[in-house]
Design a protein around this ligand. Structure first.
Ligand code: ADP
Ligand code: ADP
Ligand code: MG
Length: 460
């Protein structure tokens, strides 16, 4: 087993990884940018090294500085967390060539799923449907028009390197297609340094359902069931839950099929370590592959709570060469878990980021309440990174109990000094359609667009 791990990340996920290391008696090294000197992960790690200025391109994305920090502190492995360099095959290769284990999929598996267009092709080969669309990258306006004509509007233009809901546009006609083609490319170039886009059919009112995968270095791959992440704003998840109400109520036979499809895709990529295979499911129970997230995911605690399996611990064990001790048959699901991503954003001001100093901070407790965060009273949220300040996860014996507990816990959570999304999430917990489990990825937009908007605004 490793003796020391460097955590190449910040925020709540760095804290989460340090916790897993401590429970395995592994020492930890934090890295931080100048603006993160007072961040919680720096306090909790055994050692900490400043790697540069606030901008990620000057710190958390600097492979040379991370490797120097790893060499100076003599670590055995690096955990990349999510975002930043977590899905960068080149970084994984550099680590391995320096004799530092990369805690994530092998560079080979990452290359097999290098971008979304490549992954689509791999899924098709594995016999899993993808939304109808282009074969690979769309090179020009003319090809874009031809593909849209073939598959029919509406279509989605998507960055092959996309993530975090960025670099995608919906088009309903030729004019919006051409506009969307260029804006998606520009946004993708800016966000990911890669302007390539592809086109796929826009599935209306879909459900986002994803499968957690674990694979060891001996070729064994299992799945840990699904998460429903359909509560999204601008294609970014706000609330996640497991099990999915859609698979519990409407399409009971689908769970097994989607789970098996996810494992087939992982097997085709010879996937190792933790990963997530994302799908969208339409109203008729058709499901389509979207992408593989080749890393630990933000919403992983939901799966941990219903399966009792510590995913970050599993990542470390797998990377150290241990065979998986859990077989598919061992995976048991118990109760219901829900997570809210608490963002420092103004729900009454178009969800604009609200960085700044947290004045008062009191987090909820009681039975079956978990908070994963790096925030504390007096902590200043820098404007430099994404606006998530923590995650509130609750479990209940069933969905109703979990919703009521989340509603209670959100009401108890006190953060002053910055605006947060909590009041909006509490309104969702009280929404009759959400409570019935009847929702698609349009839910938030409908809630914000209609009479409900007043209802939410009235309360504050
Ligand atoms: P999840 O799939 O885990 O729900 P998100 O899509 O919300 O993840 O992204 C998690 C974090 O990683 C966010 O901070 C997001 O900005 C970042 N991220 C995801 N994909 C990329 C990418 N391709 N490039 C840069 N950052 C990314
Ligand atoms: P990201 O890398 O940003 O996570 P994804 O491809 O996973 O991008 O898509 C993010 C979200 O965008 C999905 O959860 C879904 O809500 C929406 N989306 C993506 N592709 C489609 C599609 N073809 N039809 C409808 N919605 C889509
Ligand atoms: Mg995604």
């Amino acid at each position: 087993m490793f003796e020391k791990i460097l955590v190449a990340n910040r925020g709540e996920i760095a804290v989460r990884i340090i916790r897993a290391c401590k429970e395995l008696n592994i020492r930890t090294v934090a890295v931080y940018s100048e603006v993160d000197a007072n961040s919680m992960h720096v306090q909790l790690a055994d050692e900490a090294i400043c790697i540069g200025k606030a901008a990620a391109s000057e710190s958390y994305l600097r492979i040379d500085r991370l490797i120097s920090a790893a060499e100076v502190t003599d670590v055995d492995a690096i955990h990349p967390g999510y975002g930043f360099l977590s899905e960068n095959a080149h970084f994984a290769e550099v680590c391995e060539s320096c004799n530092i284990r990369f805690i994530g999929p092998s560079a080979r598996a990452m290359n097999a799923l290098s971008d979304k267009a490549v992954s689509r092709a791999l899924a098709k080969k594995a016999g899993v449907d993808t939304p109808p669309g282009s074969e690979g990258i769309v090179e020009n306006e003319k090809d874009a028009r031809e593909i849209a004509k073939r598959i029919g509007y509406p279509v989605m233009i998507k960055a092959v390197a996309g993530g975090g809901g960025r670099g995608m546009r919906v088009a309903h006609n030729d004019a919006s297609l051409i506009k969307g083609y260029h804006t998606a490319r520009t946004e993708a170039e800016k966000s990911f340094g890669n302007s390539n886009v592809y086109i796929e059919k826009f599935i209306e009112n879909p459900h986002h359902i994803e499968i957690q995968i674990l694979g060891d270095n001996k070729g064994r791959i299992i799945h840990l069931g699904e998460r429903d992440c359909s509560i999204q704003r601008r294609n970014q998840k706000l609330i996640e839950e497991s099990p999915s109400p859609l698979l519990e109520n409407k399409f009971r036979k689908l769970r097994d099929k989607i789970g098996k499809a996810a494992v087939r895709i992982a097997e085709a990529a010879r996937y190792t370590n933790a990963g997530t295979v994302e799908f969208i499911v339409d109203d008729h129970g058709n499901f389509y592959f979207l992408e593989v997230n080749k890393r630990i995911q933000v919403e992983h605690p939901v799966t941990e709570e219903v399966t009792g399996i510590d995913l970050v611990r599993q990542q470390i064990l797998i990377a150290s060469g241990e065979p998986l001790q859990i077989s598919q048959g061992d995976v048991q699901f118990k109760g219901h878990a829900i997570e809210c991503r608490i963002n420092a954003e103004d729900p009454f001001g178009d969800f604009r980021p609200s960085p700044g100093r947290i004045e008062m901070y009191y987090q909820p407790g009681g039975r079956n309440v978990r908070v994963d965060t790096h925030a504390y009273a007096g902590y200043t949220i820098p404007p430099t990174y994404d606006s998530m300040i923590g995650k509130l996860i609750v479990t209940g014996k069933d969905r109703r109990e979990a919703i009521d507990r989340m509603n209670r816990a959100l009401g108890e959570f006190m953060i002053t000094g910055v605006k947060t999304t909590m009041v909006f999430q509490q309104a969702i917990m009280q929404d009759p359609n959400f409570r019935r489990g009847v929702y698609s990825t349009n839910f938030v937009e409908q809630l914000l667009g209609g009479a409900r908007r007043e209802l939410i605004e009235e309360k504050t």
